[in-house]
Design a protein around this ligand. Structure first.
Ligand SMILES: Cc1cc2nc3c(=O)[nH]c(=O)nc-3n(C[C@H](O)[C@H](O)[C@H](O)COP(=O)(O)O)c2cc1C
Length: 414
């Protein structure tokens, strides 16, 4: 279980009085210009609903900080330990350059694709994120609705403030349910069966939260007022034990078999970090592997998904789709991940910031911006469809740096 999740949920009611937001005055030249005032609930959590104008997703974090409650911002933005992995997730993209294929007559680009049978408007889905009640007064609702409005898939976390049934019907868009396997086997079975009955199209099992991590931005805020968060998923079976926060701390491959058998849904394992783990996952019948280090929030100093992606692609050999997440902000990032073998990518924090700044419309703005940027990159690179994006479109950046050094040296000696 994550330290700040546990503390957010156990934090009780003391929040309301102490949290106040100073008015969110945006800078004149702000990239996000349409947030004039920030309605906030009694715990200081934003309750915005408006479209936001975005120049780049990279601007969102600073803008969101101006409207979010301090603990909500620390919870959303922070990583574990030194946050090396969180930074590395972003840095790893820039070790790859894009080779354009000019002059091939490509006059348009189609970003739409399919993931495990779900048609989506672009190869970017929303990662599961718990405790969104600390980000927006309506919890997951803005994020669910914004994803559907943008034509993409939403992953509901088992530690959401609303029940999995309520979130299943909150939009018409396709959804997967993400489960931290509960310690109580009966409750685990109940949740798996409820997810299937509620109409989820896939089940994500997250494997990297056996133990509390050290998210120090949140730890430093102990004692600060916290939003009063409810827990959406509690047992419905009379006498049922545990709750969604009471997670199993000793995950093993037997849990994947159990999840597959009990849910009858395609199982996607999230938190794969190596080719070896991907191969093991395939032996246990998963329908997709999701490369992730939890956005740098669990094991600090673990590698970035972009670094391990080539080896995982080679090991998986196209047998199941690969999804990656972590540090994705640009159409170029999506393009590079797909070129290295991902079928789709997931974004987390950018959607939380969209939700804080503009609710469902803000989230839709985030997806629309990224989709348009990907469309532009595809046009510039000369790729009309998602299927066309292949390994030939990327190269290690070092190779180019080495060539340019050699070229400069030879120019000098000439
Ligand atoms: C605030 C927050 C809460 C999260 N909660 C969950 C969760 O409940 N289940 C899960 O599998 N991953 C969770 N994650 C990890 C995300 O699914 C995803 O791996 C990560 O956010 C991707 O990195 P990015 O935020 O840089 O896009 C959470 C991430 C954040 C930022």
């Amino acid at each position: 279980m994550s330290f700040n999740r546990r503390n957010l949920l156990l934090s009780g009611t003391g929040a309301a009085a102490a949290l106040t937001l100073t008015g969110p005055t945006l800078a004149q030249n702000s990239a996000v210009q349409s947030v004039a005032a920030t309605p906030a609930d009694s715990a200081g959590v934003p309750n915005n609903e408006k479209k936001i104008n975005i120049v780049t997703l990279r601007d969102l974090e600073a803008e969101a900080q101006k409207v979010m409650a301090p603990y909500g911002f620390a919870y959303a933005s922070g990583g574990a330990g030194d946050e090396w992995t969180m930074r590395e997730n972003k840095a790893a993209f820039d070790r790859w350059v894009i080779n354009a294929d000019f002059m091939n007559g490509t006059g348009s680009a189609d970003t739409s694709t399919t993931i495990l049978g779900n048609k989506i408007s672009y190869p970017v889905i929303t990662a599961p994120m718990g405790n969104q009640g600390s980000v927006h007064a309506q919890g997951d609702l803005p994020n669910v609705k914004g994803a559907a409005a943008a034509g993409t898939l939403y992953c509901v976390s088992s530690v959401a403030q609303q029940s999995l049934e309520d979130l299943a019907v909150a939009s018409d868009g396709p959804k997967w349910f993400q489960l931290y396997i509960p310690r109580d086997r009966g409750f685990a079975r109940e949740l798996l069966q409820r997810a299937k009955a509620a109409g989820y199209k896939g089940l994500i099992v997250t494997a990297d939260v056996d133990v509390t991590s050290n998210r120090e931005r949140s730890i430093r805020l102990q004692g600060a007022a916290l939003p009063n968060l409810s827990m959406g998923n509690v047992p419905k079976t009379p006498g049922g034990g545990g709750n969604a926060m009471d997670m199993k701390g000793d995950m093993s491959w037997a849990d994947i078999d159990f999840a597959r058998q009990e849910s009858g849904l395609p199982v996607i394992i999230k938190s794969i970090m190596s080719a070896k783990q991907a191969q093991q996952a395939l032996q246990h019948g998963v329908s997709a592997v999701w490369l992730s280090n939890h956005g740098g929030r669990q094991l600090d100093n673990s590698p970035a998904p972009m670094t391990t992606l080539p080896a995982v692609t080679a090991a998986v050999k196209g047998r199941v789709p690969i999804i990656i997440d972590g540090g994705i902000f640009r159409g170029q990032d999506v393009f590079r991940a797909l070129a290295l073998g991902a079928s789709a990518v997931a974004i987390g924090r950018p959607t939380l910031y969209g939700s804080a700044l503009g609710g469902a419309q803000g989230v839709e703005s985030v997806h629309t911006h990224l989709k348009n940027e990907l469309n532009m990159v595809m046009r510039l690179a000369g790729t009309p469809t998602i299927k066309n994006i292949n390994r030939e479109f990327v190269d290690r950046a070092e190779a180019f740096l080495a060539v340019s050094v050699v070229t400069r040296q030879s120019t000098h000696s000439a």
